[in-house]
Ligand binder design. Sequence first.
Ligand code: AMP
Length: 403
Amino acid sequence: MLLQISEPNSTDNAARERKRGLGIDLGTTNSLVATKSEQGADVIGDASGTRLVPSVVNFNGGVKVGVAALDLAVSDVRNTVLSAKRFMGRSRDDLSEAQLLGLAGTDPLAFDTGDGPKTPVEVSSEILRALAARARDSLEEQEEGVVITVPAYFDDRQRQATRQAAEFAGLNVLRLLNEPTAAAVAYGLDETIAESSVVAVYDLGGGTFDISILRMERGLLRVLATGGDSALGGDDFDEVIVSWMVDQWALIDLTRDQQRRLSVTARAIKERLSESSEVSIEASGEFAHLEDLSVTRETLASLCKGLIQRTLSACDQALGDADVTEVAHVVLVGGSTRMPVVHDAVAQYFGREPLCSLNPDEVVALGAALQADILVGNGDGDEALLLDVIPLSLGLETYGGLI
Ligand code: AMP
């Protein structure tokens, strides 16, 4: 018998010993997977570098996830499932008439697709499977386990459904982490705060607003209160810009197509105004007979004032529920916090500059990745165990309608 003896290479060993943890932000509209890197954590992109994975799955003689499924959202409505997260751990009684449309008559509830009924858990498991596959392809390595984030207001059934989706996808769930806690971890707030202090996580996305008030002591993050509005986000900002354009141009009787086009333009204007102080709107195509318009940051600020005020009223409520008056840190999450008017309003409201150096779309996944890295055993042993506690009654009153 031939015995091959080789000297172990110490660097190789060190590399081999390091285990791989993944952080997954399983979002309503988009999902992301991230992992620890030398400088902190990084979101993992696909071969073309795209980092966000649309949380969309198409079932039609095969499974398509992400951009490929989103491309079919209009041409194959019946077999394409969007926003499955809104249905996780829910029963028929929890849902509105509109939400019940498109569901099969089955119990537990499921989406009616060309491949038969698919439960929200099955849909989410396809998204998780795709995210893990992306990470394995990119890192050429199998992960040891994953940390998946969930909204702080998720109840036990919703959390259980998320765990089950991960199990269906064959993933080892190290922990479910509250989204606002993950955002705080991404900024290292769990490590740097020696004394007990309060952190507000202001999360304004495309369709929802969440405010969470956390109390942080070294290693212990307690969610004191959550609040928000499940129907308030960037889409509403787009709509106030559309109304303004309709007024400026005195448009009447718009077709659905024209409305859609104005919404797309409005969104582009809004996003451009995060970089520039003024943008011009060239009337073209069917609107070519109209005058060009110019819109400034000030105009946008006055148009959005009411919507932003609604988010601040929810902050009032959450701070009251948490019974705190002083906030040590404010963390911004969600694409809409890139709007200078939102940033400034939040800074003024809390009386301090918010943390916004990390990409607000990625910050939750980054925090989950840091936590996953510690939980797979890569920490230096100095980290305090992160406890992420929510009171059981949380969200019942402040998240009107959703829970
Ligand atoms: P999210 O759900 O966190 O991905 O946020 C999506 C929302 O963020 C959409 O309404 C986008 O229009 C908005 N958004 C993304 N980037 C910007 C930007 N640079 N300025 C203003 N809003 C943005």
